[in-house]
Design a protein around this ligand. Structure first.
Ligand SMILES: *Cc1c(COP(=O)(O)O)cnc(C)c1O
Length: 368
């Protein structure tokens, strides 16, 4: 089976985890602090705060920005539903913004229209599949309206635009270390920010509301959650960080091979926003419209031939929950309507061979 993705775990990773497990110190401690320093340095922000997953990072990020019941948050339509769920979990309203059909990211022009007609408290763009949203335009619009940007960079560790890394654009950025992302800690997340107040609020909220600046006897200054990362996950994060650039380069090379193999077919390769570096957490291509109806059958057929593929991601406004609260219907977001029916995610990992990629594309062409 040519798997969709394979996490890169080697003896070096196993040894690091084994050592921490043997030490007996298992919850948030020195390894977590070191992992945070490493990620902050890599992304280029003053602070990074580790949490148990990216959903927690997004949720605590919104709370740290002061998002409260009744507020409206502008969010991309096309993402893993956690992106919009956290808005609802704050009691706020998700105001969806349709995407660009080539980058799958929030369309800044449509965002501008939303900002003109609605009172928005924060903007939550997604760097879809490791390709950066047009953060230079989105942040300019946010600045003009005096509102913060929380970047869902779950898939985009190492992506950049004009020399500035994903996670270093808005008020804060959120990363995931789920096994389908570039590097993994099993479950894991990180929030990056230059704002000491946001960093402090997230440190407090992830750890039972304890004042993070007080050592010794805990001072409980707020209700909080327990969304900490463990020491052995952080140890794994540190060894994974050492190979991040190598993994990204391998993925970019293999994405380029898919781009070439798809030339002359009517499958459209993904595109990066101009001037940005895509890290291809997934290689998500667009099938022709005539193939949309049979996509599920095609994915099943490919699986029978030993090739694991899947859809891109979810049309969030048309999920049962958001449809019920927003009374959305097909037609409300025409670009996402079309994209969501046609995307296919092809196998991509550092160790995939050229022959395997050729087989994937040849099989796809046959079935089309
Ligand atoms: C994976 C993902 C998340 C959720 O990350 P978890 O670490 O699994 O909570 C959120 N947003 C996007 C865009 C993702 O791809």
């Amino acid at each position: 089976m040519i798997r969709l993705t394979v996490p890169s775990i080697d003896e070096h990773d196993l040894q690091a985890v084994r050592e921490v497990l043997a030490s007996g110190y298992l919850v948030q401690g020195a390894h977590v602090a070191e992992f945070e320093r490493r990620v902050a340095e890599f992304v280029g922000t003053r602070h990074a705060v580790a949490v148990s997953n990216c959903t927690a990072a997004l949720h605590l990020g919104l709370l740290a920005l002061g998002i409260r019941p009744g507020d409206r948050v502008a969010v991309s339509t096309y993402s893993w539903p956690a992106t919009a769920n956290v808005i609802a979990l704050c009691g706020a309203e998700a105001v969806f913004v349709d995407i660009d059909p080539h980058t799958y990211n929030m369309d800044p022009q449509l965002l501008e229209q939303v900002l003109q007609r609605t009172s928005i408290r924060a903007i939550l763009p997604v760097d879809a599949f490791g390709g950066m949203a047009d953060l230079s335009r989105i942040c300019a619009l946010a600045d003009a309206h005096g509102i913060p940007v929380l970047e869902d960079a779950a898939c985009a560790l190492g992506a950049s635009m004009g020399g500035r890394r994903a996670g270093a654009w808005g008020a804060a950025g959120c990363f995931s270390f789920h096994p389908r992302k570039a590097i993994t800690t099993g479950e894991g997340g990180m929030i990056t920010t230059n704002d000491a107040g946001i960093a402090r609020a997230v440190r407090m909220l992830r750890n039972h509301g304890i004042d993070p600046d007080v050592t010794g006897t805990p001072d409980f200054i707020s209700p909080g959650y327990n969304l900490r990362l463990t020491e052995f996950q952080a140890a794994l994060g540190l060894t994974q960080m050492q190979k991040l650039e190598r993994l990204i380069e391998a993925r970019r090379l293999r994405a380029e091979i898919y781009d070439q193999l798809l030339e002359g077919t009517d499958v459209v390769p993904p595109r990066a926003v101009t001037g940005s570096r895509h890290v291809y957490q997934s290689y998500v291509a667009l099938l022709p419209d005539r193939a949309a109806e049979g996509r599920a059958r095609m994915i099943a057929e490919l699986k029978q031939r030993g090739i694991e593929t899947t859809i891109g991601t979810y049309h969030m406004p048309l999920t049962t929950y958001f449809r019920s609260v927003g009374s959305y219907a097909p037609g409300s977001f025409p670009v996402t309507d079309s994209v969501a029916r046609r995307t296919i995610s092809l196998p991509l990992f550092a160790g995939i061979t050229r022959e395997q990629q050729e087989l994937v594309v040849a099989s796809l062409r046959q079935l089309l």
